[in-house]
Write a protein that binds this ligand. Structure first.
Ligand code: PGA
Length: 252
C-alpha cells in the first residue's frame, strides 16, 4: 500500500506589505477558491495590522490565517511585540518563525527561533520554522550542513507533525528571482526529512517541508513534483491573487 505523504500547505507571507486596500486581493483569492475541492491547505500571513480584518474576509472559506513572527513570552513589558497567544486570539492557526529576514536583519539565532517555536506550541498554534543557507555557504558546499544544524537547533522539544512545518528557504533565492535546481531542492529536502525522522521518530515523516524562495506560477509545478516538497512558502507572488492562485494550482 502506498504511504501517503503529508497534505501540502501553500502559505503566503505578505511581509511588511499591505493596507486595507490589500484585502481586495484576499477577497479575490477566497472567491477563486470557492467551489474548488482543495487538496492542500492554504494560508495567508498578513502584517499584524490586517489579521483581524483578514479573519473576517476569510470566514467561511478554508483559507487559514497565520502570523509572521511572535515573541517568546506570552505577555509582558515588550513594547511593540506580539505573542503567540495574541496571534491565536486574533484567529491564527500558525506563525512563521526564523524567517531569514529576521535571522539576518534582527539577529535571531537558532536558540531564539527555537524559543519562538516553543511559544507557538505553548499557545496551541503551529510553528512554520524557516531554515536556509546563504549563497556563500552554498558556494562553499556547506548547504546541507548549515540546514541540518539549523533544523537540529531550531526545533523545540514537543515538535510534531501536528504543530510544526519546516520551510526550506535558501537566503539567496528570497526575492531575487533565483532558485536552486530541482535536484538541489530534492537533496536538501531529503536531508531535512532524514533529520526530522532522526529527531522525531516516525512522525517526522509526516512533518510538512515547504520550499520557499522566488516561487512563481511558472516554477511551482516543478517544485511540487519533487519528493519531500510538501508545499510552498510564497513571498512576493502571494500579494497578487492571480499569482498566488497560480501557485496553489500546482498542489490541487
Ligand atoms: P519570495 O519570498 O517568494 O518573494 O522570494 C519568499 C519568502 O521570503 O518567504
Amino acid at each position: 500500500m502506498a504511504i501517503r505523504g503529508p497534505r501540502p500547505l501553500v502559505a503566503g507571507n505578505w511581509k511588511m506589505n499591505g493596507t486595507t486596500a490589500s484585502l481586495k486581493e484576499a477577497r479575490l483569492i477566497a472567491g477563486m477558491l470557492k467551489d474548488v475541492r482543495l487538496r492542500c491547505d492554504v494560508m495567508i500571513c498578513p502584517p499584524a495590522t490586517l489579521l483581524r480584518r483578514l479573519k473576517g474576509v476569510l470566514a467561511g472559506t478554508p483559507i487559514k490565517l497565520g502570523g509572521q513572527n511572535c515573541h517568546w513570552d506570552a505577555s509582558g513589558a515588550f513594547t511593540g511585540e506580539i505573542s503567540a497567544e495574541m496571534l491565536k486570539d486574533a484567529g491564527c492557526s500558525a506563525v512563521i518563525v526564523g524567517h531569514s529576514e529576521r535571522r539576518s536583519g534582527f539577529g535571531e539565532t537558532d536558540a531564539v527561533v527555537r524559543s519562538k517555536a516553543d511559544a507557538a506550541h505553548r499557545a496551541g498554534i503551529a510553528a512554520i520554522i524557516c531554515i536556509g543557507e546563504t549563497l556563500e555557504q552554498r558556494k562553499a558546499g556547506q548547504a546541507v550542513d548549515v540546514v541540518s544544524r539549523q533544523l537540529r537547533e531550531s526545533l523545540p522539544d514537543g515538535s510534531a507533525s501536528a504543530n510544526t512545518v519546516i520551510a526550506y528557504e535558501p537566503v539567496w533565492a528570497i526575492g531575487t528571482g533565483l532558485t536552486p535546481t530541482p535536484d538541489e531542492v530534492g537533496d536538501i529536502h531529503s536531508s531535512i526529512r532524514g533529520g526530522l525522522v532522526a529527531q522525531l521518530g516516525e512522525d517526522g515523516s509526516q512533518v510538512r517541508i515547504l520550499y520557499g524562495g522566488s516561487v512563481k506560477p511558472s516554477n511551482a509545478p516543478a517544485f511540487a513534483a519533487i519528493p519531500d516538497v510538501n508545499g510552498a512558502l510564497v513571498g512576493g507572488a502571494s500579494l497578487k491573487a492571480v499569482d498566488f492562485i497560480g501557485i496553489i494550482k500546482a498542489y490541487i
